[in-house]
Design a protein around this ligand. Sequence first.
Ligand SMILES: Cc1cc2nc3c(=O)[nH]c(=O)nc-3n(C[C@H](O)[C@H](O)[C@H](O)COP(=O)(O)OP(=O)(O)OC[C@H]3O[C@@H](n4cnc5c(N)ncnc54)[C@H](O)[C@@H]3O)c2cc1C
Length: 219
Amino acid sequence: MSTETTPLSSTPRTTLRRHRERGQTDRAALYEVLDAGLICHLGVVADGTPIVLPTAYGRAGDTLYLHGSSANGAFGAAGGQRICVTVTHMDGLVAARSVFSHSVNYRSAVIFGTATVVEDEDERREALRLITDHLIPGRWAAARQPTKKEMAATAVLSVPLTEASVKIRTGMPADEPEDYDLDVWAGVLPISVRFGSPEPDPKMSEEIPVPAHIRDLVE
Ligand SMILES: Cc1cc2nc3c(=O)[nH]c(=O)nc-3n(C[C@H](O)[C@H](O)[C@H](O)COP(=O)(O)OP(=O)(O)OC[C@H]3O[C@@H](n4cnc5c(N)ncnc54)[C@H](O)[C@@H]3O)c2cc1C
């Protein structure tokens, strides 16, 4: 059953104990954090050892897709296993009057679930399109399509967005009342992710213009 319209679950694992007021119950908040992110971190126990891998991802409704080399040991180990995926946005450095109260403004999501190896070829292809277009919207259609050999070399995992939490911190430092009189600068240093000017591959013909889907990202 689709969970797309249901509120975010509150399971024993996803219930925030610290700073509960920063928790989000609206599922749209989860989608916003995921759709605005570029990479996620996949946590899995492989051969008895926890490993956290940065990786690209894509989303279709309430399913998250991850891809990796079929030869990637930790990625391969995730199939059928309980995993945890996080996506983090750093929105600002929060400089407080006391060292203790320093913080970060952020939006982050934590997803728990069992990863499934996607076998259906149409779903695998669509997942790869989603992952490609998540990073550069419109790129899948503009680039050469994967060959059978490339498809075989790529493993795709799906993770249901059923059990997830979203935590968001905004605003100024929360100093102790007595610290507000200190002569220490306090405030927020905002952080934003921006793309720079496209750098053409020197091996490419100079006659190929920067396509609209690349210009769109920069602008
Ligand atoms: C960029 C960044 C930097 C941070 N730096 C620190 C730091 O230096 N020290 C520190 O203590 N904390 C830091 N945090 C907050 C940290 O992620 C945890 O929220 C916090 O440590 C509480 O952990 P806990 O296990 O006690 O939370 P609990 O509230 O006990 O966690 C219970 C459940 O709440 C959910 N949850 C907890 N944290 C998050 C989260 N960030 N996003 C989404 N869901 C969450 C999970 O589902 C988790 O299983 C940082 C967060 C971000 C995004």
